[in-house]
Design a binder for this molecule. Structure first.
Ligand code: PEP
Ligand code: MG
Length: 324
């Protein structure tokens, strides 16, 4: 298997009839890069920057963040490195932020909501990302977006960050793409409107499934209900992919579904440009994509979208993946 994986690392993820899908890696720090590259990752589709903020008593400085982003961007070797601004709150609390106790942290003060209210945290992060853009291709990705207004205010902060860097005489990349995670049902439903405000979408299925099905992603008691094959989820993400493409932006996915070989034919049929996953999943997903034909995957998608039960969709995909 290991030998097969390293052989697979050198190949691209292209369907039997020529449709290319970019397979990128999800990382949490520069230390994750060697494993990602060994599996043949084409860039980073999700750098979970919040890990830089955790396990310490004060937030990381602009310099500390710059060093980490620069290292990952450089290691991407000309491929895109998508840096998500900090996704704190929810399941990732930070004692030094003094988030007051919340009944429902997953519905509370988290991610972009914190960033937009705390420029003392947001600005150093944005400045660090823009500076890293000198050393590789970087993009900024906003977590937990629910409105166009959030994207517009974030963009204003990005412009302000660029202005300050110019004044300080620091080198930075002027044109860094700004995209969003589509991980709330609200964002998925208004995807068409959000697409005209940003440069790319990446669907975060871990949260999108949780919020769409009202099933806590970490609660074992409802674990059996948690499925990215639920028709509500499938129809939402198909709509997001179409909305993004209709508006001319690229659409990726960085939740766990992107690394599920069973889902790969459906995502290929929906036209995903990029799938970002934990490094060990890359060879398996690539293997599936290299076997299918686009036309055949579209027939499968039509069948899947007509089903009414998550279990039936999974069974359909299992049957397809293991022909006897
Ligand atoms: C997601 O929600 O799918 C995602 C990729 O982000 P996280 O798992 O960090 O919440
Ligand atoms: Mg998320």
């Amino acid at each position: 298997r290991k030998r097969q994986d390293s052989a697979m690392a050198a190949l691209t993820a292209v369907t039997a009839d020529g449709r290319k899908v970019q397979l990128a890696a999800n990382v949490g720090s520069p230390a994750d890069m060697p494993a990602a590259l060994a599996q043949g990752a084409e860039g980073v589709g999700l750098f979970r920057s919040e890990f830089l903020f955790m396990g310490r008593d004060v937030p990381p400085t602009e310099e500390e963040q710059f060093a980490a982003y620069k290292e990952v961007a450089e290691q991407c070797g000309g491929q895109l490195c998508v840096i998500r601004t900090m996704d704190i709150g929810g399941d990732k609390p930070l004692h030094y932020l003094n988030i007051s106790k919340e009944e429902n942290p997953f519905l509370g003060w988290r991610a972009i909501r914190i960033s937009l209210e705390r420029p003392d945290l947001f600005m150093p992060q944005l400045k660090a990302i823009l500076r890293a853009g000198v050393y590789g291709k970087v993009a900024i990705m906003l977590p937990m977006v629910i409105s166009a207004a959030e994207i517009r205010s974030a963009r204003q902060w990005v412009q302000k960050a660029a202005g300050e860097l110019a004044q300080e005489g620091k080198r930075f990349a002027a044109a860094v793409p700004l995209g969003i995670m589509v991980e709330t049902p609200a964002a998925a439903v208004i995807a068409r409107d959000l697409a005209s405000e940003c440069d790319f979408f990446s669907i975060g299925t871990n949260d999108l499934v949780q919020y769409t099905l009202a099933v806590d992603r970490g609660n074992q008691a409802v674990g059996a209900l948690y499925s990215h094959f639920h028709p509500a989820v499938l129809r939402l993400i198909a709509g997001v992919a179409k909305a993004g493409h209709d508006q001319g932006i690229w659409v990726g996915m960085c939740g766990e579904m992107a690394g599920d070989p069973l889902a790969a034919p459906l995502l290929t049929a929906m036209g995903f440009d990029e799938l970002s996953m934990s490094a060990p999943s890359i060879p398996r997903v690539k293997e599936v994509i290299r076997k299918i034909r686009l036309e055949e995957s579209r027939e499968l998608l039509d069948k899947a979208l007509a089903l009414t039960d998550a279990g039936d969709v999974r069974a359909l995909m299992q049957e397809f993946n293991s022909p006897v």
